[in-house]
Ligand binder design. Sequence first.
Ligand SMILES: [Zn+2]
Length: 345
Amino acid sequence: MTVKKVNSNLKHCNTCGLPESFPGIHFNNECICNFCINFQGLEYENNKREEYSQKFESMVKEYKGKSTYDALMCYSGGKDSTYTLIVLREKYNLNVLALSFDNGFVPEQAMLNIRNVVDNLGVDHVFIKPRFDVLARIFVYCTDNDVYPAKALERSSAICTSCMGIIKYSALRLAIEKNIPFITYGWSPGQAPINSSILKNNPAMVRMMQKTVFDPLHRIVGDVIKPYFLEEQHFNLSGHFPYNINPLAFLDYNLETIYESIKRFGWKKPEDTDANSTNCLLNSFANVVHKQKLGFHPYAFEMANLVREGYIDRSSALKRLDEPENPKIIKLVEDKLEYKGDFHV
Ligand SMILES: [Zn+2]
């Protein structure tokens, strides 16, 4: 595969930078997109943040110390989830179990970061590592075929959606088995809206949502994928269904503070990842495939949200999205996946 950029002659929103190739976008006469026009404003966001932050504090009082662990943190080792883990320990004093996923493409430095941070923070840790041949089959199939509906691909690539599905339901399964009240994520405020930052899982909803990931993956690789999803025995434990919490949506999100805090716990920036991910080499490959197939960057929506909410400026967001992936990393991924598929550009 050769590495090509998204067509840079596209029209972009004057406010948030979202391109005209993004699904469902339209512009007014001043070239401002419908997402910006519908944005409720920073004051609304700040009030919501305060409301959710207080809600979480009262939930911490209610649940802390009642189970083996207070929270199961989905810990990628990236900057945002590392910072979230620190906040859970230092600000809320929670007893956290960290869960990381090894998809075969975690850079050496990211592995080191994970090990250093959990030890320096005094956090127990579990790795989930499915067989690589199974994961490789999924990644290759997702590259050559349309596995998910277009709506599911507005905010992440098909490869990321597969990994995230496995992580999300593995975490839920483990939290139910251990009766852990909170599953915590390190999504940036651009990735997850404030209104969904505290969500109680319920069996009927989970059953429906799980199907959208489990069914396609099961068709690709069969029963070997079952251990990573909820089975009937889990659905029967409805009293053990945890809350999903995304603290960065309601706490201060400041990149300088984040980098400073995580450095204190031994975190170092991996040298060999691309601009949008500090913890996964496969991400570069997934981004290239997504851009070529769908005509927009899988991080475009997140970046536009961060611009709208005042976390970064429009030109640095566009610059980041415009940065080409490193051809060496793409080659490394193709070799490791033994990719000989139909997708070529
Ligand atoms: Zn916009």
